[in-house]
Structure formats: C-alpha cells, structure tokens
Design a binder for this molecule. Structure first.
Ligand code: DX5
Ligand code: ZN
Length: 219
C-alpha cells in the first residue's frame, strides 16, 4: 500500500476548521485524522459525530476517526453515519473486541485496533485476521504535542512480522510525536500511515511541511 499522511486536526485552529481542512488536502494530505476524546477514557474532551459530519460536508478525503472513548460500541453507527471512513477503537476500551470490529465493518468502515504505549502487540494475535489496521500509540493518548516514545519502533517492527504472516493486507498507523525528525525511522519500522498534529500545524509553513513529509515517506 502507498504510504499515507494523516494530519491530526486536533492541532489545528477549530475557529477556522474549513480553511485548515482545505489547507491540508490541497497540500497533499491523504486523509484527515480526527481524535474523539470523552474525558473518561482519556483526560481530555474534544468533539463528537457532529464535527465529523461537518467536516464530511466539505471534503471527500478519507476521514480517519480515532475513538478515545469508553463504551465505543454505543457510538459506532453514529460515527459511520456522520461520514467516518475508518474507525479505530482502543484494545483497552472494550472486553468484546472481536464483536466491536465486526460492528465497525458492518457499519461500512475500515476497522482498526489501537494499542496504548504500555500494551504489547502480542495481545493482538487473535484479532489480527479480522482487522484492517492497527494504530500504535507512540504517546499516551489524550493530548497532542507530546514526545515520541522510542520503544514504539520495536513494536511496529514486531507487529509487521505478525501481520505479514497472518494478515498481510493489514497496515500499521502510528500516532503521537511523529515529525520530520523521526519520520524515516518510523517508516523503516513498517508504518504505512503517519499521523502528525503539532509537527504540521505548529510549523512555520504547514503546507510545506506536508509536502516535505510526503516526500520522505515515499522516498
Ligand atoms: C493523541 C492523539 C493524536 C494527536 C497527535 O492522543 O491521538 O492523534 O493529535 O498529535 P501530535 O502529532 O502533536 O503528537
Ligand atoms: Zn489520534
């Protein structure tokens, strides 16, 4: 699969969200990463399906919805209806992961499992055949702008091997502290989808950064 860049709008200015979205898509971003936080599963609150729906109305790009919420099973259909293309749920947020993955697929979306930094990739062994992707958190979820946790790289290397043997079509996404300084290492560890918030929106030239990051991931 082609490597893809997913700017996280969490780091953008919500008072001009349409402008920010168009800035990213016209700069060459492959999708938009939307972080949904509930103040319960993570210590921060962002937005819900309404935001996804409003962004859906202004772009045809893939909407990659990362649910950092408790009881995600209650909201899958609502996010799918709002226009999510990909939905990822935390391994740590459910006891019925297999059912939840089917629920996401039945709602018409690509289904991903997210693991926190302290969660081993080994817990994914039984679910790998059923999923479209794994999102490895390279910071503790809840906030943008945190420092990349280096051990995430050995996790993606190990996971790539597992995927190659039991679900070669599945891909790896990495989220948290990803930027120009570590992009090559992240790519070389087997990651195919790169989430980046502060390293894009916090840079002097966000569109230039998108172009530069895309060049690196495809080099
Ligand atoms: C963190 C979120 C990330 C966040 C990444 O909980 O899942 O998507 O927006 O932001 P940066 O790239 O700034 O670490
Ligand atoms: Zn995220």
């Amino acid at each position: 699969m082609n490597k893809m860049l997913a700017p996280s709008i969490l780091a953008s200015d919500f008072s001009k969200i349409a402008e920010e979205v168009h800035l990213m898509t016209s700069a060459g971003a492959d999708m938009l990463h939307l972080d949904v936080m509930d103040g319960h599963f993570v210590p921060n609150i962002t937005f819900g399906p309404k935001m996804v729906k409003d962004i859906r109305s202004i772009t045809k790009h893939i909407l990659d919805v990362h649910l950092m919420i408790s009881e995600p099973e209650k909201y899958i259909e609502e996010f799918a209806k709002a226009g999510a293309d990909w939905i990822s749920v935390h391994y740590e947020a459910t006891v019925h992961l297999n059912r939840l993955i089917s629920q996401i697929k039945n709602a018409g979306c690509k289904a991903g499992v997210v693991i926190n930094p302290a969660t081993s990739v080994d817990v994914l062994d039984e679910i790998i055949p059923y999923i479209d992707f794994v999102l490895i958190m390279s910071v503790n979820p809840g906030f943008g702008g945190q420092k990349f946790i280096e051990s995430s790289l050995s996790k993606s290397r190990k996971l790539r091997e597992k995927l190659n043997s039991s679900n070669p079509k599945a891909f790896i996404e990495m989220d948290g502290g990803v930027g120009l300084d570590n992009l090559l290492q992240v790519r070389d560890s087997g990651v195919e989808v790169f989430v980046a918030g502060n390293s894009i929106f916090g840079s002097d030239n966000p569109t230039g950064t998108v172009a530069e990051m895309k060049k690196i991931i495809n080099s």
